[in-house]
Design a protein around this ligand. Structure first.
Ligand SMILES: [Fe+2]
Ligand SMILES: [Fe+2]
Length: 249
C-alpha cells in the first residue's frame, strides 16, 4: 500500500467530519461571502494575526519536544524528522506581530474606530486558544507524543486549503496591496505545501510502525483541527467587535 493510501485508509476517516466544517462553518462562510463587508475581512486578518501569536510562538518548541519524546519511545526516524521540522518553524510568530502592526496602521488610515496594535497583541486568549496550547502539552507528555505529526498535518494543511481562498477574498475586497500586510498567510500558503507533504510521509511511516495507534493519532488530529476551526470562528467574532465604536482603544 502506498503512503497516501495508508493515510487515506487508516487516518482520514477520523478527521473527515471535522474537515467538512471548514466549508460548512457559518463564520467562515460569512468571511468568504462575495458580499462581505471589507472591514470584516480586514478585522479578521487583524485578529488572526494578533491572536495567532499565542498559538504560533510555542510551535517550534512543541514539535521539538514531541520529537524528543518520540525518539525516546523508540520511533527514532519519525522523532528525528519532527526535531528537524521544528527548526523550520522558529520565529514564525514574528511575522504575525509585523502583520498585525501593518494591518492596524492600514485600518487606522482609513477606518474607525481607531485600533491599538499593542492592545490587540495583548488580548485575553479565547477558550479555543487555551485548548490549543493544552492539546500540544497533553500530547507531548501523553502515551503517543508522535501524534504531534497529526496535529501538524491538519493545521499546516489549512495553509494549503484555506489560505489561498482567504488571500483571494482579501485582495478582491481590500485591494491588492493588502498582501503587503499578509506575510504570514502568504508565506505559509507556499511553504506549508512542502511541510504537509513531509507530514504525510511521517504519518504513513507512523501508521506502518504503530498501526494499533491509528485511532489515537487520528483523534488527536481531529481535535486539533476542531480547536483551530473554533479559533478562526473566534477571530470572526472578535473582528465583528472591532467594527463597533465601543471597541475603540
Ligand atoms: Fe510556520
Ligand atoms: Fe510549516
Amino acid at each position: 500500500m502506498s503512503n497516501k493510501q495508508l493515510v487515506e485508509q487508516k487516518y482520514v476517516p477520523h478527521v473527515v467530519e471535522v474537515r467538512e466544517r471548514l466549508k460548512s462553518s457559518p463564520a467562515l462562510q460569512t468571511l468568504l461571502d462575495p458580499n462581505v463587508d471589507p472591514a470584516l475581512v480586514e478585522g479578521f486578518l487583524i485578529q488572526l494575526n494578533s491572536l495567532g501569536v499565542y498559538m504560533t510562538e510555542p510551535v517550534d518548541g512543541w514539535i521539538r519536544r514531541a520529537g524528543e519524546a518520540t525518539v525516546k519511545m523508540g520511533l527514532k526516524d519519525v522523532g528525528e524528522k519532527l526535531i528537524t521540522h521544528a527548526k523550520h518553524e522558529e520565529g514564525h510568530h514574528l511575522m504575525m506581530i509585523e502583520d498585525t502592526k501593518s494591518l492596524v496602521a492600514r485600518w487606522n488610515a482609513k477606518r474607525g474606530p481607531q485600533l491599538d496594535a499593542t492592545a490587540l497583541l495583548n488580548q485575553v486568549p479565547t477558550q479555543a486558544m487555551v485548548e490549543y496550547r493544552k492539546i500540544h502539552e497533553d500530547t507531548i507528555v501523553g502515551p503517543m507524543p508522535a501524534a504531534q505529526v497529526a496535529i501538524e498535518y491538519e493545521i499546516e494543511n489549512l495553509s494549503v486549503v484555506f489560505a489561498p481562498g482567504l488571500m483571494e477574498q482579501a485582495k478582491r475586497v481590500c485591494g491588492e496591496d493588502i498582501m503587503e500586510a499578509m506575510s504570514f498567510v502568504k508565506e505559509h500558503a507556499e511553504i506549508d505545501v512542502g511541510h504537509t507533504a513531509l507530514n504525510e510521509v511521517m504519518l504513513g511511516k507512523l501508521l506502518t510502525q504503530v498501526p494499533e495507534k491509528a485511532e489515537v493519532i487520528g483523534k488527536t488530529g481531529a481535535l486539533a483541527l476542531d480547536i483551530y476551526l473554533r479559533f478562526m470562528g473566534d477571530c470572526v467574532e472578535r473582528a465583528q467587535g472591532l467594527l463597533k465604536p465601543a471597541a475603540a482603544a
